[in-house]
Design a protein around this ligand. Structure first.
Ligand code: SF4
Ligand code: MG
Length: 334
């Protein structure tokens, strides 16, 4: 497979009244062509900030402190705002949780779909209209020609999300970033939108970076999974490995907090406690105050990333015996 996006040691920080706060504390990952990587974690873990860092869309008090972001081997940090804007119109697109905030309520769907095609792709109005209809077809909107004349509020939430996806596809992105794209939708519509994203990924051979707090969504769409906690990557692996062989207590906790429809006896077991504040100084493993497996050394020594099997790694001392440690730790245990 071909690496589309590569992120190395990303540190993203924010200037706040209380000083500089690191929301992403040094994470590395990649997305291949034709695959979906899900970033999963509780709200505030840094998953949205990670995607905004990639898109170059951080709020004005945020910045990438260090690390590298490469799209098709091109480093993105050195690009100007203008170059980044072009890239966002061509190689990467993003869809968000609430399409109402991204769609303009006073402009028709047709206008909003046509405008970028006319501006950036230099299409005539009639060519742009034709393409807008095609895009709406592609995202499964019935009666597309009629929809073009409607305003966002005339559409259901699911239809609005389809329109957003159509807009994101207009530039033929090689990378689609979706931040909680189905959280605002009811379960049936959610499943349809996830199916759509899956279909489009395959048809268009896109890489998809999908951000969610929901392991149910992960199960639907992920090829690989990266679990984040308090600004750190704590586990990464192929989706089957994450579900069948979770190797970090936090991942196990996330899996145990998914209701099991097939097993009425199953008891929901949410992880007790709260995620630490970004500036909270926690020695050792940042999860240790919430971890029921915490050992003495967890309180003083941060665990390295242990490599367990092909592509599966976990940052937790419990894996020390089974794993090869990464190069940085300088110790190898098999
Ligand atoms: Fe729990 Fe220790 Fe593993 Fe951290 S390193 S998750 S505290 S067992
Ligand atoms: Mg978020």
């Amino acid at each position: 497979a071909q690496t589309l996006l590569e992120v190395k040691d990303l540190v993203t920080s924010f200037r706040t009244a209380e000083g500089t706060v690191r929301a992403v504390k040094g994470i590395s990952f990649h997305v291949e062509k034709g695959e979906t990587l899900c970033i999963v974690g509780e709200s505030g873990c840094g998953k949205s900030i990670t995607s905004l860092s990639v898109m170059g869309l951080l709020p004005s008090n945020g910045s990438i402190e260090s690390g590298e972001i490469l799209l098709n081997n091109e480093p993105l940090q050195n690009l100007s705002q203008e170059q980044l804007r072009k890239l966002r119109g061509n190689q990467m697109s993003m869809i968000f949780q609430e399409p109402m905030t991204a769609l303009n309520p006073v402009l028709t769907i047709g206008y909003q779909l046509r405008e970028p095609l006319i501006l950036h792709h230099k299409l005539s109005k009639s060519e742009a209209t034709k393409q807008a209809v095609e895009l709406l077809n592609q995202v499964g909107i019935p009666n597309p020609a009629k929809r073009l004349n409607q305003y966002p509020h005339e559409l259901s939430g699911g239809m609005r999300q389809r329109v957003m996806i159509a807009m994101a596809l207009a530039c033929h992105p090689s990378l689609l970033i979706a931040d909680e794209p189905t959280t605002a939708l009811d379960v049936t519509i959610q499943a349809q939108i996830l199916d759509l994203i899956n279909d489009l990924k395959e048809k268009l051979d896109m890489g998809v970076l999908l951000i969610t707090h929901d392991m149910g969504v992960v199960a639907e769409v992920a090829n690989r999974v990266m679990v984040m906690y308090a600004g750190l990557k704590i586990e990464e692996g192929p989706v089957e490995e994450i579900f069948n062989n979770p190797s970090h207590p936090y991942t196990i906790g996330l899996l145990n907090s998914v209701p099991n429809v097939d097993d009425p006896e199953f008891e929901l077991e949410p992880i007790p406690g709260n995620m630490p504040g970004l500036n909270e100084d926690i020695p050792g493993c940042r999860f240790h105050p919430r971890c029921k497996f915490a050992m003495d050394k967890c309180k003083v020594m941060a665990p390295p990333e242990f490599h367990l099997s092909q592509g599966h790694s976990a940052t937790c001392w419990l894996n020390e015996k089974e794993a090869e440690t990464d190069e940085n730790s300088g110790r190898v245990t098999i």
